[in-house]
Ligand binder design. Sequence first.
Ligand SMILES: Nc1ncnc2c1ncn2[C@@H]1O[C@H](COP(=O)(O)OP(=O)(O)OP(=O)(O)O)[C@@H](O)[C@H]1O
Length: 615
Amino acid sequence: MLKQRPFLIEALTAIGLIAAPFVLPHLGFAPNTVNRILVWGLFGLGFDILFGFTGLLSFGQSAFYGTGGFVAAYLLTRAGFGNVLGALLIGMIAAAATGYLIGLIALRRTGIYFAMITVAIAEVFFFVEFNPLSDFTGGENGLPGVPTPSFNLGFTSIHFTNGWSLYQFIALCYFVGVVIALRVVRSPVGAVLSAIRDNPLRATAVGHNIHGYKLTAFVIAAAYAGFAGGLLGVLQAFMPPDAFTFDTSGQLVMQTAIGGRGTLFGPLVGATVWLFLQDFLQSALGLGAAWKLVLGVVFVLLVCFLRGGIIGGLADLYRLVLGKRKQADAEMEQDAADTEARLQPPPAPMQAKEVEHPAYSGPILKATGLTKRYGGLVANSDIDFSVNRGELRGIIGPNGAGKSTFFKMLTCEIAPSSGQIVFESRDITGLKVTEVCQLGLTKSYQVNQLFTGLTVRENLTIAALAELRGKFRLDLFRTLGGVKGLTEQVAHTLALVNLTRRADTPVSELAYGEKRRLEIGLALATSPRLLLLDEPLAGMSPRERLETVKLLKSIARGRTMIIIDHDMDSLFELVERVTVLQEGRVLVSGTPEEIKANAAVQEAYLGGVHGEIAA
Ligand SMILES: Nc1ncnc2c1ncn2[C@@H]1O[C@H](COP(=O)(O)OP(=O)(O)OP(=O)(O)O)[C@@H](O)[C@H]1O
């Protein structure tokens, strides 16, 4: 997520754009080159939202660049439409609508399959432009005669003709593009997009409709591409047929990688390097077509040594310098805080927030005849299970007994082969994990599923947003600060999992025990009415276990929880009743004392890897 520094980036962008015509000519940039860079930069703003922020690598952006460009150029050259800005906006809408339809298909797949679908789609568009639609697009001749914009203000009119004059119009468009893109990435939608990039599985599990958000990013990228395509026609007074080629898409991807993805300005920086090298190597050094060889080497070097691109490299350098200073400041602050803490009386223990329960009768959760088959293997067989509101239930069983499979079915992460799950009197069998989380039932994972590129606070923000905004909401122009109750909910969860002091630490810098606590925090931040914890103590040192058990006791107050764990001493200390699974079936349920004394349970464990249950 981009840091919320209101208007700083906008102001710096405006200053840069105003200063460019005075500075860049001295560095050897012709106005036409600067204009082309800005068009690529604008094209890349949308692409970076899709690729850098959402993690969707598309090789098909030329389809939308060409669509917007040719619609605008057709209107201006063949349809007698005189308003250049209006034509650009219509081209943008046409590209966005095309993006919506293509996104519905392409986003059905992820990773390499998604990328390959976008390549195929771009090729289809290229063919269509050259063949069936050549009457509209001019085929291989393109559309010549695209006019430049002029505005009649009543008392005077402004014409943006070419060179630095046209720069003013393109720079204004780029600036508006930056302002909108910044609003989007700083909005709750932008936060969810980063979560999808980092861990789509968890983004879904905490209650976000990630398909809707991915489609939103796809449409935004297509809209930017369409507007930039139109600007290309205006800049060149000609809409070139190669706007649709795969080369255009590939160049955009490479420029974004060179400049730095997930920065918004990466594509602009990448385009600057690309076009400068092109001009310099071709004209000044007379390398002709061989300039691409040099560019290829530059690209490989950058990708190998600066994985975050030029901006990423500069940011790392800045963080390195700032980090050292911050560390010194933090140590001083810590010393002061420790001194103050020694002088203060001990604080009252943090109380768990009471979760409000709606009125309904019967158990909060009831599973009947739950069975899961994987081919010939029966992971869960005919399980009947119910939990009352306010109850703390433990589930134990040897490795492979089917405990995690059972949790996955309860949270609808996987569908049962047969059986029924009723949560708060509602049949949730067959619902999606997102919907079930929205209803108030979620789990923490056996293996951490965190948003690894974000800080602790940002992680919890993602989870809290799902509860506060619902599974899908297009509040693209709202700030995170504008989401009512978000700050409080995140602060409360931070305190519950004892991570307040680590709130702004990136996940990658957390100790293992802290990551496990954050894993629980992600589930807690969705304010579940039934919380399932899958092996919360797994992999912890004895000291971390003691601390986490204490923490779980405080979290458990006023909640309904089901906990799976192999650490039976700790589990028996926490829960009121225990259900034992063996070979996918319920062996027995009872109080911890009853379970400890049960001969069948002893037998199950003596036959397994865990040895005898502690008496
Ligand atoms: N996706 C899957 N495909 C095929 N078999 C699976 C799948 N997931 C789980 N199983 C099998 O189902 C059985 C139960 O697995 P499960 O992970 O639920 O057990 P568990 O009790 O949680 O084990 P552990 O304590 O080791 O986590 C195992 O035999 C496992 O190999």
